[in-house]
Design a protein around this ligand. Sequence first.
Ligand SMILES: *[C@@H]1O[C@H](CO)[C@@H](O)[C@H](O)[C@H]1NC(C)=O
Length: 179
Amino acid sequence: MLPTKMNPQFIYLMLFLPSMIVLSQNSAYPSLYGDDEGSCGNSPALLVDVPRDKNITAEVMKSLNIPKGVKRVLFRTLNTDRRLMWKKQFDTSYVGFMKDGAQWLKDNTGIKLVGIDYLSVAAYDDLIPSHLVFLENRDIILVEGLKLEDIEAGIYNVHCLPLRLLGAEGSPIRCILIK
Ligand SMILES: *[C@@H]1O[C@H](CO)[C@@H](O)[C@H](O)[C@H]1NC(C)=O
């Protein structure tokens, strides 16, 4: 469903399955709620536009100039322009993180929540290596399958509410952004 304007002050985003949150399996994983660094409930998040002609490499990450201190970032890419989330067929040519982009994010930012507008944060060509980088320290939450059409880039409060699935390393979620 497209974001609906409920009120000039609020932008309401409805993101249906298969939006997923991916966690590395570990009991010491930061709480998904509250004010922990990696929490994804009621916390500020930055929506940024990625240059449309590239996957998310170290160079691209650098060029985005994400201000220091930003902990949650939703990356809007060519996937949104191509409306990939609306297509039935899985498309392996989606944009995502290359391994060096994931590594750059880990080494140079304090980002603890990474959201993306298709089914995987990792580009198909670097599917496993990028995930391994992100999940290695068990402190970065990955949110996949976001529908980010018609929203202005900028800061929002993000609310992503996972299901309480015992022992699960991921969960379907619904995410909303509130301005
Ligand atoms: C991103 O990488 C995929 C392979 O993972 C490739 O098919 C696609 O063309 C790349 N997209 C861009 C914009 O470079």
